[in-house]
Design a binder for this molecule. Structure first.
Ligand SMILES: C[C@@](CO)(OP(=O)(O)O)[C@H](O)COP(=O)(O)OP(=O)(O)OC[C@H]1O[C@@H](n2ccc(N)nc2=O)[C@H](O)[C@@H]1O
Ligand SMILES: Nc1ncnc2c1ncn2[C@@H]1O[C@H](COP(=O)(O)OP(=O)(O)O)[C@@H](O)[C@H]1O
Length: 292
């Protein structure tokens, strides 16, 4: 079990934070198969880290390997190319990404890497797109990418692109990372997935209406996730983020989260992190703007 070091340790890196879905209701399905959701996104201070070196020759290269992800499929590379295409920018970049967030974990790491690439290169290339324009490029890369571009905790509707910023408490979370990946697509194509949850309002969520419609099918098909959920039963029960595999419990302060963390069986992996209503990528952008 680990706790996140301060962002001050990140040097010149650009952070790509994880998100948690504090609730996730599947309320319908579009003609193209995408599901309509009601969800609440909050960031946590656990991040991938990215570095960008500009190139004059227009090439986009990924310098690190990512297990199972070819360079051309990497969301950082796709994001950079999408920004080039949208703006006609002739500059390129060498991209290095230190992966710290599990893939297929429901923490949105790949989506966050893509968003950080858009935000960083828009600044470093001087392409000058505003947040709305960047979000429009973000959405085709993944339903989760716009919330990371906007960088504010949000009530999300549609496929997750209709975002209303929300100010939430910023508690501490114990996040368990079961040793399995749950592909988002596998959950959304599951015949037993609930797809007709009643619509609620943000006020209902704030009043305690919290659920994740993906949980029953994920719990049943992934015993590693079920074990992690059971581990958190002593702390009010585990909750699933996104389509999983990661699960979390909520704590009022860091010490209680760390104390719970110490009681988790040694073979169970996880970490303690704080909820954030503002993404650290916005602070890094401010810093880049201030230093030119
Ligand atoms: C479910 C959520 C909740 O935050 O998170 P994750 O568990 O993936 O982190 C997201 O909506 C995921 O967003 P993201 O991971 O960007 O998904 P995408 O790449 O756009 O879609 C992956 C696949 O999931 C399905 N999909 C995704 C989103 C959605 N609203 N309806 C869907 O049916 C589609 O089949 C799509 O081919
Ligand atoms: N830079 C990247 N980091 C993580 N995953 C990536 C990346 N580029 C592409 N992917 C693909 O996106 C998938 C979803 O990754 P991720 O966003 O981390 O999980 P989730 O959608 O469950 O939150 C991965 O399984 C991988 O195939």
């Amino acid at each position: 079990m680990t706790s996140e070091p301060s962002m001050m340790d990140a040097g010149l890196a650009w952070p790509a934070p994880a998100k948690l879905n504090l609730t996730l209701r599947v309320v319908g399905r579009r003609a193209d198969g995408y599901h309509l959701l009601q969800t609440v996104f909050q960031f946590i201070d656990r991040c991938d880290r990215l570095w960008f070196d500009l190139r004059e020759d227009g090439r986009i290269r990924r310098l690190n390997a990512v297990a199972g992800v070819a360079e051309d499929e990497d969301l950082t590379v796709r994001a950079a190319r999408a920004l080039q295409q949208a703006t006609g920018c002739t500059l390129g970049a060498d991209i290095r990404c230190e992966k710290r967030l599990p893939m297929g974990g429901g923490l949105g790491g790949g989506s966050s890497d893509a968003a950080t690439t858009l935000v960083a290169l828009n600044q470093l290339w001087g392409t000058g797109l505003d947040e709305d324009a960047l979000s429009a490029i973000a959405l085709p890369l993944g339903a989760d990418v716009p919330v990371f571009v906007r960088g504010r905790a949000a009530w999300g509707e549609g496929v997750g692109e209709r975002l209303t910023p929300v100010e939430l408490p910023q508690p501490w979370y114990l996040v368990l990372t079961p040793p399995c990946a749950v592909p988002t697509r596998a959950v959304f194509t599951h015949p037993q997935l609930t797809r007709d949850s009643e619509l609620i309002t943000l006020a209902d969520f704030l009043g305690g209406d919290v659920r994740n419609d993906c949980l029953p099918v994920v719990r049943r098909d992934y015993p590693e996730v079920a074990a992690a959920l059971d581990c958190l039963s002593a702390w009010g029960g585990g909750r699933l983020t996104g389509t999983g595999a990661c699960v979390f419990a909520v704590f009022a302060d860091r010490d209680s989260a760390l104390a719970a963390c110490r009681q988790i069986p040694a073979q169970m992996r996880g970490f303690v992190a704080q909820g954030l209503n503002r993404s650290p990528v916005l602070d890094r952008l401010d810093q880049a703007v201030a230093t030119g």
